[in-house]
Design a binder for this molecule. Sequence first.
Ligand SMILES: Nc1ncnc2c1ncn2[C@@H]1O[C@H](COP(=O)(O)OP(=O)(O)OP(=O)(O)O)[C@@H](O)[C@H]1O
Ligand SMILES: [Mg+2]
Length: 281
Amino acid sequence: MTIAFATCSLLPDGNDDVRALTAALAPLGIGAEPAVWDGDVDWSRYDLVVIRSTWDYTDRRDAFVAWAESLPHVLNPAGVVRWNTDKRYLRDLADAGLPVVPTLWDPDDIPSAWPEYVIKPAVSIGSRDTARWGAGEEDEARAHLRSLRDAGRTVMVQPYLSAVDTAGEKALVFCEGEYSHAARKAQILRAGAGIEGAVRDDPSRGHVTPSTATAAELDVAERALAAVPGGGRLLYARVDLIPGPDGTPLIIELELTEPSLFLGHAPAGAHRFAKALASRL
Ligand SMILES: Nc1ncnc2c1ncn2[C@@H]1O[C@H](COP(=O)(O)OP(=O)(O)OP(=O)(O)O)[C@@H](O)[C@H]1O
Ligand SMILES: [Mg+2]
């Protein structure tokens, strides 16, 4: 029995999660290896393909989804990958009554109601092409909006949720539909930093630490997972939440495709996922 952990050519050996999972699978007698999703790979060699660090598909989403659909046994399932790789899925969650970060979709102009706001594309990983704008930056913000539009991308505009500066963003990780562990991600977008908002030379930005989930966060996350079309019981899921202005958790992202599972911060998590993989085989 061999599992492929799908990754990208920039990370041919996978990431920390892939290494932790591979080590946890070995005592169960299950082999696993990283494989580059768009590489020269004979996928029929594997009993199961698990999507992991495929972090380069955003400008080739159609090819990525077609690849997932071509595999006989892939997790999470290709239908879920198709739905989840475009943040327009947040509209489905909002329609299902879930608390989602307020979002303007493809607006004609920058918002006037919010003192600070975020402009981002609907297909993105790693805060790419994402920026935080405020007073005095209207021209640059308009240019950002226009450049995403001109590139044919769906544009999202959201109020900047300032609780991320203090509380941070909470990521709740689920294994087979059961809550496993949580992590806190520090805020990322620097004010006045434009499209290069995700500042890489400051290690405090996006810094991840172990955390715990509140009852309110668990409730939102479980309801979000129950609303996934064709979701059923998903091998892995991550629900990212930021407190809204009244402190209640809002969904910023539901990561069902290629989330970091932060297994380095939760050693029991790697064993939980390894056991789940063993029973999936
Ligand atoms: N409305 C918002 N308010 C505050 N911060 C935001 C908002 N939208 C995005 N951010 C910040 O930008 C980061 C990236 O945004 P988001 O998760 O929506 O995009 P992404 O490209 O999928 O990023 P990643 O893959 O890093 O999760 C978030 O982790 C958060 O720190
Ligand atoms: Mg995110």
